[in-house]
Write a protein that binds this ligand. Structure first.
Ligand SMILES: Cc1cc2nc3c(=O)[nH]c(=O)nc-3n(C[C@H](O)[C@H](O)[C@H](O)COP(=O)(O)OP(=O)(O)OC[C@H]3O[C@@H](n4cnc5c(N)ncnc54)[C@H](O)[C@@H]3O)c2cc1C
Length: 496
């Protein structure tokens, strides 16, 4: 039985923290998962037939984090000739509760945008210059990694990746003022802002339409599910002497239990049993890549990683893409975000926009502690339908019915930073969960962080398996690391 406790909420109010349930079985259909047949080629892979019963590493969750960990493990196994450390390949299994990649990654806004300056002044004041700069370095590193893998394998067109940049509109004077201060502080600290450009109100109006100032930053948009599918297929293709990968969708993990105290990997004894709806799996390491649902298997994370519902729609403009430009957009006021789907060459078809946000208007405040992605919030939907017509008059019809509208569950932390590393208990013990790792809690901004965090987890797993010491790469913020987040865990610890 679970007993809720009082904990800090994301905005300082007292709230009841309950571990999440498993993902809802009947989620809304997203553009990425359901707008075309075969959009999700791996949807039900491994959902029938025998369940893998033994693995070196069991990854729970098949979003960008889970598949990212598998990809990086495969790279490491190949590079180090992993098989020589033990007999046979490094055996990795991914468990997914629903269809492949049907969590936040398969339901998000499609933006791959490394932050360049937003929040810099406050971060420098809170964490000091080096750590503040790492907040941006981790995103630049992750975005570069994704883009270079896509280009190396020629996936650009398959995943609709567009290098269109991002414009953040400042609809309020206060927002514009904060942005100027962040830019100035970031410049003084030598953050790389070469490609970042302030756009004055008049230029914005002439060039793009909306009569507001804004900031242009380099950014991409893409079809996230197709990227993760390519990544999975590529990783699976690396199976052989050093590495093997299996995927079981529709196989929720229901418990992780330590059955043997030894952590001697070489002996071949498996310390963990992962229970699923279809049987159990013996394994040496467990990676929690469950993001907003992390507290289902790790209940003490309730209140620390808070499930938070986001809403997105695909809606037609009244004009074609050349009148809206290919950029992705965001704003300071309500945090709406949108981009134009790439058009067929020479098409004068009306543009299709992917638009999300407006959580601040939701019936449940900020959609915090909402884990039901089988419904949409009508109030948020109405706000979204009227948002673009208000910013681009004449280019959008007010109240136009979206072609698709969906929700997805994010994992929010109070600080807005993910937790990355070995699972640490609320008293700061690293041994209680030795052999379990987590990367989760990207707070709605995961595309430019999750894949880099997945690389860190794979490095830590390999280091532990091979009795080596892990060292932090310069680009990773120290405060992402789980052992530096004990206060967050204590503040929200859940006691059953
Ligand atoms: C509506 C919305 C819009 C967003 N827009 C953007 C955006 O434009 N740009 C951006 O950078 N970020 C965006 N995000 C955030 C981003 O999508 C996430 O941060 C990122 O996808 C997290 O990836 P993940 O792999 O960690 O988690 P997920 O993709 O959520 O994957 C976790 C997986 O674990 C599975 N799972 C959970 N529990 C279990 C269990 N017990 N057993 C088995 N499987 C389990 C889930 O079904 C899920 O598939 C958005 C998120 C949402 C919801």
């Amino acid at each position: 039985m679970t007993i809720p406790i009082q904990s800090r909420s994301l905005r300082g109010a007292v709230e009841t923290a309950q571990p999440t349930g498993l993902p809802f079985a009947n989620p809304t259909q997203s553009f990425w998962t359901d707008s075309s047949p075969n959009a999700n080629l791996l949807a039900s892979r491994g959902s029938e037939g025998p369940l893998t019963d033994d693995a070196d590493i069991c990854i729970v969750g098949s979003g960008i984090t889970g598949v990212g960990v598998a990809y990086h493990l495969a790279q490491a196994a190949q590079a180090t000739g992993y098989a020589s450390m033990r007999e046979g390949p490094l055996k990795v299994v991914i468990l997914e509760a629903r269809d492949f990649c049907s969590g936040a990654t398969g339901r998000n806004g499609g933006h791959l945008r490394a932050a360049t300056y937003i929040g810099y002044a406050a971060r420098e004041a809170a964490f000091g210059r080096d750590e503040a700069m790492r907040s941006y370095k981790v995103e630049a590193y992750t975005t570069r990694s994704i883009v270079s893998i896509v280009r190396e394998h020629g996936w650009d067109n398959d995943i609709d990746m567009v290098n269109g940049g991002h414009i953040r509109l400042y609809l309020t004077e206060a927002g514009a003022c904060d942005a100027r201060r962040d830019l100035e502080c970031a410049r003084m600290s030598s953050l790389d802002l070469n490609a970042v450009k302030w756009i004055e109100k008049d230029e914005m109006a002439t060039e793009y339409g909306p009569p507001y100032p804004g900031v242009y930053s380099p950014a991409y948009n893409l079809w996230p599910l197709k990227f993760v599918t390519k990544l999975y297929e590529h990783t699976e293709g690396l199976s052989g002497q050093h590495f093997s990968l299996t995927l079981h969708t529709h196989t929720p993990a229901t418990a992780v239990e330590r059955v043997v105290q030894t952590s001697d990997y070489q002996s071949g004894i498996r310390p963990y049993v992962v229970s699923t709806s279809r049987g159990s799996i013996l394994c040496s390491k467990v990676v929690h890549a469950t993001n907003g649902y992390a507290s289902h298997l790790l209940p003490f994370l309730a209140g620390c990683i808070v499930p938070t519902r986001g809403q997105v729609m695909a809606v037609r403009a009244e004009v074609s893409i050349d009148q809206i430009k290919t950029n992705a957009w965001g704003n300071d006021r309500g945090s709406e975000y949108w981009f134009v789907r790439p058009a067929q060459k020479d098409s004068d078809e009306k543009s299709l926009i992917i638009l999300g946000g407006a959580r601040q208007l939701a019936v449940t405040p900020f959609e915090s502690n909402v884990q039901d992605d089988s419904t949409v919030c009508p109030v948020v939907g109405k706000a979204l339908r009227n948002f673009l017509p208000s910013v681009f008059p004449g280019k959008f019809m007010p109240e136009r019915k979206p072609e698709m509208e969906w929700t997805g569950i994010m994992g929010f932390t109070e600080a807005g930073d993910p937790l990355v590393g070995p699972v640490v208990d609320p008293d700061g013990n690293i041994d209680t969960f030795k052999g379990q790792f987590i990367a989760a809690g990207y707070s709605g901004h995961g595309m430019p962080r999750a894949f880099g965090c997945a690389e860190i987890i794979s490095q830590m797993v390999i280091a532990e398996l091979s009795d080596n010491k892990w060292s932090r790469p310069e680009w990773l913020p120290e405060r992402f690391l789980t052992w530096n987040r004990i206060d967050d865990l204590k503040d929200s610890s859940f006691k059953a």
